[in-house]
Each structure stands twice: as C-alpha cells, then as structure tokens.
Ligand binder design. Sequence first.
Ligand code: ATP
Ligand code: MG
Length: 141
Amino acid sequence: MQDNLTLSIIKPDAVARHITGKINEMIEGAGFSIVAQKLIRITKEQAQRFYDVHKDKPFYDDLCNYISSGAVVVQVLKKENAIADYRKLMGATNPEKAEEGTIRKKYAISIDQNSVHGSDAEDTARREISFFFSETELVGC
Ligand code: ATP
Ligand code: MG
C-alpha cells in the first residue's frame, strides 16, 4: 500500500444525521475515489484496539465509547497524496478551528462529534485499512 490510500471513517454523529451522502459528495468532489466502503458497528473492544495510540490520553474512554455508539461508514479513499489531502479536507480536530470549506467546519458538532476520521501517516493508514478491510475488498484499486 502507498501514500495514495487512506482510511476514512464517517463517525456516528454524521451517519445518524443522514449526511453520509453529503460527505461523500465533498470527498468525491475533492478528487478522491472511494475504493472500498461499508456500514458497520464498531464494538467497544475494536474501538479500544483501533485507538490504542491514544490510550494514555484523558479522552480515550469517551472516544472509544463514542465511536462504538452507533453505525459508522468505514471507507478507503484513493488519490495522489491521499493522507495529507484528506486531512486537509477534514479540517482541524476541533471544528471551531476548522477552515471554511472543510468537512468538519461544515458538519462537525464538537471536538468529540467531529464527523470524520482520517489516517495521519503512511504506516497508520496501512494499519487502519487492514484493520477493517482485506486486500480483496479494495475493489476500486
Ligand atoms: P481522527 O483521528 O478522528 O481523524 P484527529 O487525527 O484530528 O482525528 P486525534 O488527535 O487523532 O485527532 O484524536 C482522535 C479523536 O479524539 C479526535 O477526532 C477527537 O474526536 C478526539 N479528541 C482529540 N483531542 C481531543 C480533546 N482534546 N478532547 C476531546 N476529544 C479529543
Ligand atoms: Mg487521528
């Protein structure tokens, strides 16, 4: 896998508000191809493993409870420079600090309910994609 793939999660706040399509429109409008996608419910145990890197942070428990609180859409996005470009499209973690035109500026409710996740580096993208998808599920590659 290369830096042209990144893992995106459309988080429970966005799926519950039925804005998956609107977010996908922004993603595709920015030149990404959605090469794999599924609607799932992440278990608490999976959330704890997925967010293991944050286990010493004060928000770890709340984060794991939140991401497992409702349906999410996990997806693999493809584009040249996908990791950095998707983080740019997502905007700052805290939506109050997110720039105009970003997904979080437009749709996020709070720093917890911030609508989307995106991988932050090549090694984490590889780990996060294989956390949810097998090679054969990357049908758009
Ligand atoms: P994500 O990993 O979801 O793409 P991010 O990379 O912008 O977001 P991280 O630092 O990886 O931010 O934090 C993971 C998630 O933990 C954030 O999306 C946010 O919901 C939550 N979080 C981060 N910092 C805080 C904080 N200071 N207070 C509360 N929640 C936080
Ligand atoms: Mg992160």
